[in-house]
Ligand binder design. Structure first.
Ligand code: NAD
Length: 348
């Protein structure tokens, strides 16, 4: 059931895609196009059920609406998921079939990388649709968005550290990072360069070992990272990690990370606030990737364009945190208000 699914939020369209030859099963959700055509990544994940995939794509596409709005982009919210284990079923043919399904939407949705999908996959998607970004080649190609996402995460984390811990530099700061994938790795690298100490976790033991040797990080079991003592917790894996079960066990002052939909429920923003933990809203802090991708979508050649947008994003985070402190509410509510103001103005 879609229309009365708890995560359905007046989405404009939800498209189910199937290709018998390649085994492609995908869902493309377009949440809101008041600000422009929808844009958001494609996630390739071995969902435990179809319901789980539907919930994820509905939550992710809605998040993109708010992310694009806060980042000041003229893009709507959309996202896609491909169902299955990428290591078992991902082929160039399957990615081309996915591209054909994006092409059929006629530009209403532009895709890019997300969990389980890389630049090479997007090059295959490009063979069958123009509506793809995050490419390695072609006019205005923006490549992997993760380094820009990571830059925004560390900028936002610095803002939170300045406000909550009254510290201007990262030296000696203890950060627990969950997930050492595309973004998590770059986040660790930047934090390490800034002098922070790292506690790292990933379900992939090889990545943890690499982080231990490259960054001198301390390894932590995947399930333990949510209760480890640190200054900052940086969730850079999957969503819904902040919930009624995990929040009481957190032993950090700040949560600032890349993962989309970190809150299982909106009430979790208030749970964090009640515990005195400063939460930097995920959809605001992780917009660097979509900023990078949007330059390619818009065909902007100016090399300074991204830097200007990133500067604005940093200023927005600072304003969100300052307003939240002044109003004594979770920054999540302030970021939603920022986004809704833009969406309402565009709607009028
Ligand atoms: P990725 O697939 O490259 O990395 C995810 C990592 O998390 C992998 O190393 C995986 O093994 C690990 N992981 C999965 N479950 C885990 C668990 N329970 N505990 C610890 N580690 C676990 O994905 P990515 O591109 O780095 O994205 C990470 C998150 O950031 C996702 O939520 C994504 O939606 C979000 N995000 C990514 C971008 C981007 O530019 N790539 C932009 C905005 C938001």
């Amino acid at each position: 059931r879609i229309f009365d699914n708890p995560h359905f939020d007046a989405h404009e369209s939800v498209v189910f895609v199937h290709d018998a030859r390649t085994g492609l099963r995908a869902i493309i959700a377009i949440h809101d196009t008041r600000l422009g055509p929808a844009a958001g990544g494609c996630r390739f994940w071995n969902y435990e059920s179809e319901d789980a995939a539907i919930a994820d794509v509905l939550r992710l596409s809605r998040g993109m609406t708010y992310k694009n709005a806060v980042a000041g982009l003229d893009l709507g919210g959309g996202k896609s998921v491909i169902i299955g284990d990428p290591r078992a079923i991902k082929t160039p043919q399957l990615m081309r079939a996915f591209g054909r399904s994006v092409e059929r939407l006629g530009g209403a949705y532009t895709t890019a990388e997300d969990v389980g999908v890389d630049v090479e996959d997007m090059e295959h998607v490009r063979e069958t649709t123009r509506h793809v970004a995050g490419l390695a080649h072609g006019a205005h190609a923006s490549g992997d968005p993760s380094p820009t996402t990571a830059k925004g995460i560390v900028n936002g984390l610095r803002r939170a550290v300045a406000q909550r811990l009254n510290r201007d530099d990262l030296g000696g700061l203890l950060v627990a990072v969950q997930g050492l994938g595309h973004v998590g790795w770059h986040v660790c690298s930047r934090l390490h360069e800034g002098g922070a100490k790292l506690i790292v976790s990933d379900i992939d033991a090889a990545r943890v070992e690499r982080a231990v040797s490259e960054f001198g990080a301390t390894a932590c079991a995947a399930e333990a990272v949510l209760s480890v003592e640190a200054d900052v917790f940086a969730p850079c894996a999957l969503g819904a990690v902040l919930n009624a079960r995990s929040i009481p066990a957190l032993r950090v002052a700040i949560v600032a990370g890349a993962a989309n939909n970190q809150l299982e429920d909106i009430a979790d923003a208030d749970r964090l606030h009640a515990r005195g933990i400063l939460y930097v809203p995920d959809f605001a802090i992780n917009a660097g990737g979509i900023i990078s991708v949007s330059r390619e979508i818009a065909g902007v050649a100016d090399p300074d364009w991204i830097a200007g947008r990133m500067h604005q994003l940093d200023a927005n985070i600072a304003a969100i945190l300052a307003e939240a402190e002044a109003e004594r509410v979770s920054p999540h509510h302030i970021a939603m208000r920022f986004a809704e103001r833009r969406l309402d103005a565009a709607g009028r």
